[in-house]
Design a protein around this ligand. Structure first.
Ligand SMILES: CC(C)[C@H](C(=O)O)[C@@H](O)C(=O)O
Ligand code: SF4
Length: 761
């Protein structure tokens, strides 16, 4: 008999197949996780869960933690301890809690006195912790960034963080394959940020829902790793949990000699494997999108969703031109929030602040490209009067490299504020925030209502465009700063010395730990690798839910809207009742508005019915379902959900129900009349008080089983310990470089040997 012909596979298929430990009859797979990044906001409840259940972290060698979201970006010159330095009590509590947890569980941690500290999605690649062919997760939606290395990287909620800490695995259904190909030649002034904003404008914020996107084509192949990271970073803004790019020479050159990348013979073996990681000829994609590079011009957003993009040469859209009433209402709402008038040329939009930073655009090339614009405006270039512009490098090492190159001096001389590494004004969990009504040109990734501070208005753009806006005081076509004249000014400006990042990655790396190494002695109870298979967290059973349903008619309800950033500073899963839709429910004076959940009978709502798509998009914050639950809402009915949010609701014993838009609209209408609904999970139907026929829905069989019986995922997974161990043995044989090694136990001082005089710590 002839041997069966192997089906051509996509890059995603290959990585997926290499990580499946076990699959059930419904296609739910248990997959192994190679790399886990941890930060202070989404981990406290997960560590608490481990403690309560007496479980250790299964693979400290594959886990890396840092603080980024909450920390101040002011000078650390007088830094002594986190407790002294972080003034805001809730932020401080999250930072010190992470410090206690990494100590107790024996994890590698880049804290605030470590120059490797930085945004979690910047430090992973920088250190070589992120590698091709791996699975990589973090309690953060922009984990998609790491897909730029040809890895399967995606954000998870806090319950899943706990699952990974305890088991180094996750339960996943395979996603669909989507390919976005960008071919042609890019126009002058167009960067990967413009490309990805353009793509999101084409596919929409739900375009990639349920998919893993592979970015392909000559334009993507020509991009540096930094540019690729900016693209994959924003896959989540296109609805896809993960985006990826096949590894190639550019990837290998970036990784070679990084502290945590394999070395010597192991590198050769790894590289040979990495070279097989590309989509086979003839492999099938469920969705294909083709983009012409020539169609892209420098791009900005005008509204409150990342899909609200427009070329900088364009105008604020006119709601009157939308025939669909729902779309028209959406545009009107966004323009009102943004304080914009229809048909205003984008270049006439004045700004108050500029933010150059975030996990999308805070890497060395981003800073270089912004600095080049400043230089191209000549020696007298200065931030426009009345504008405040800040530059926040993505990590301490990037800051150091930028200072060695002289970029900080370029920015400072022109009146930019040069800060310390962190998430900063991307989401304003620290002091770096917009005031109500302020308008910001921002290199970050989200322009949701209130994203950079309540009432703040965000326009997303590239670092070069942000620098141009800072100098003119309004959104500006960066091409005005390009050309021969500009080049001449750059050439006659201060001489910048291009440095290699490797010069700064000089910290010693420890050898791999012994195979069975457990967490250090101060860790709680760590005897056996998989000790507790008893159900620990008592998830309440979901049977029939009867009650008032609150109708919502908003498209793309994002998790920033459900739970604004200032409420993420909790250490528990509870206490979030007032966080729910806080910016809509309470006015600036703190008084309740007439938002639906403040009105009777909806103050007692147990269900939300939304008749618009993409409920729960954006951030992976599990605080969104926690806030809903605290309010008393255990079920959300909508035509579609963002993937991470949907998962997070299940993890909390809540039920997301998907029904066709017309049925949601019918239910919303009954909800408007104050009629109750009855959601029956066992029968999978929604019954109506109006007596009209019930609507049927379907839920993944495993999720349904867990909800009906109140089962805990972690305990169920730990029952498969033997299979996990078998996989790990095979993994050590086949991909030995994946058994982590690194800095554990070594504290690296902030001052660098070479640039000590240049540091501002
Ligand atoms: C805090 C975290 C859960 C969140 C995310 O998942 O994206 C944050 O990084 C954000 O950008 O909103
Ligand atoms: S999107 Fe912003 S807040 Fe979220 S990880 Fe990136 S920099 Fe931090």
């Amino acid at each position: 008999m002839p041997a069966p012909v192997a089906q051509p596979k996509t890059l995603y298929d290959k990585i997926w197949d290499d990580h499946v430990i076990d699959v059930d009859e419904n296609g739910l797979a248990l997959i192994y996780i190679d790399r886990h990044l941890v930060h202070e906001v989404t981990s406290p409840q997960a560590f608490e869960g481990l403690r309560t259940a007496g479980r250790p972290v299964r693979r400290p060698d594959c886990t890396l933690a840092t603080v980024d979201h909450n920390i101040p970006t002011s000078s650390r010159k007088n830094f002594t301890t986190v407790s002294d330095f972080v003034a805001q009590p809730d932020s401080r509590a999250q930072c010190t809690t992470l410090e206690e947890n990494v100590k107790a569980f024996g994890l590698t941690y880049f804290g605030m006195t470590d120059r490797r500290q930085g945004i979690v999605h910047v430090i992973g690649p920088e250190e070589g912790f992120t590698l091709p062919g791996i699975t990589c997760v973090c309690g953060d939606s922009h984990t998609s960034t790491h897909g730029a290395f040809g890895s399967l990287a995606f954000g998870i909620g806090t319950s899943e963080v706990e699952h990974v800490l305890a088991t180094q695995t996750l339960l996943q259904k395979k996603a669909k394959n989507m390919r976005v190909t960008v071919e042609g030649t890019l126009n002058e002034g167009v960067t990967s940020k413009d490309v990805v904003l353009h793509i999101i404008g084409v596919i929409g914020t739900a375009g990639g829902t349920g998919c893993v996107i592979e970015f392909a084509g000559s334009v993507v192949r020509g991009f540096s790793m930094e540019a690729r990271m900016s693209m994959c970073n924003m896959s989540i803004e296109g609805g896809a949990r993960a985006g990826m790019i096949a590894p190639d020479e550019i990837t290998f050159n970036y990784l070679r000699n990084r502290p945590l990348a394999p070395k010597g013979e192991v590198w050769d073996r790894a590289e040979a494997y990495w070279r097989t990681l590309k989509t086979d000829e003839g492999a099938k994609f469920d969705v294909e999108v083709n983009i012409r590079a020539e169609d892209i011009v420098p791009t900005v957003t005008w509204g409150t969703s990342p899909q609200d993009v427009v070329p900088i040469t364009g105008k604020v859209p006119d709601p009157a031109k939308y025939s669909d009433a729902g779309k028209r209402a959406g545009v009107e709402r966004a323009l009102k929030y943004m304080g914009l008038t229809a048909n205003t040329p984008m270049e006439e939009v004045k700004i108050d602040k500029v933010f150059i930073g975030s996990c999308t655009n805070s890497r060395i090339e981003d800073l270089r490209s912004a600095a080049k614009i400043v230089l191209s405006a000549g020696p007298d270039a200065h931030v426009a009067p009345g504008v405040y512009a800040m530059v926040v490098p993505g990590s301490g090492l990037i800051k150091q490299q930028a200072e060695a190159e002289g970029l900080d001096a370029v920015f400072r001389r022109a009146g930019f504020d040069w800060r310390e590494a962190g998430c900063s004004m991307c989401l304003g969990m620290n002091e770096d925030q917009l005031s109500p009504g302020e308008r910001c040109a921002s290199t970050s990734n989200r322009n949701f209502e209130g994203r950079q501070g309540p009432g703040g208005r965000t326009h997303l753009l590239s670092p070069a465009m942000a620098a141009a806006a800072a100098l003119t005081g309004k959104l500006t076509d960066v091409r005005k700063f390009l050309g021969a004249d500009a080049e001449a000014k750059v050439a006659s400006g201060p001489k910048l010395k291009l440095a290699s990042p490797i010069e700064f990655l000089t910290d010693p790396v420890l050898p791999p730990p012994e195979p069975a190494a457990a967490a250090d002695a101060s860790a709680p109870v760590v005897e056996k690798p998989l000790p507790n298979t008893e159900s620990s967290s008592k998830v309440a059973k979901f049977g029939v839910l009867k009650g008032i349903a609150a109708p919502l008619h908003i498209e793309n309800i994002d998790t920033d809207m459900i739970t604004p950033a200032r409420f993420l500073k909790v250490l528990k899963r509870t206490g979030l009742k007032n966080a729910l839709f806080a910016n809509l429910r309470f006015g600036p004076d703190g008084q309740p508005t007439d938002f639906i959940l403040n009105r009777e009978p909806y103050t007692h709502a147990k269900i939300i019915v939304c008749d618009k798509h993409n409920f729960g998009c954006g951030s992976s914050r599990e605080h969104a379902p926690w806030a809903l639950k605290d309010f008393g809402i255990m079920c959300v009915i909508a035509p579609s959900f963002a993937d991470i949010f949907k998962n997070n609701t299940f993890q909390n014993g809540m039920l997301p129900v998907i029904l066709p838009t017309e049925q949601c609209a019918e239910l919303a209408e009954e909800a408007e009349q104050g009629l109750e609904l009855e959601v029956d999970l066992d029968k999978q139907e929604v019954r109506r008080a109006s007596g009209k026929p019930a609507f049927s829905f379907s839920v993944d069989p495993f999720r349904r089983h867990c909800l009906l019986n109140g089962l805990d995922d972690i305990a169920l997974t730990l029952q498969r310990a033997e299979k996990i161990e078998e996989f790990e043995a095979r993994r050590s044989q086949t991909w030995p470089w994946l058994d982590g090694f690194g800095y554990k136990g070594k504290k690296i001082p902030v001052s660098a040997p070479k640039q000590a005089n240049k540091m501002d710590w």
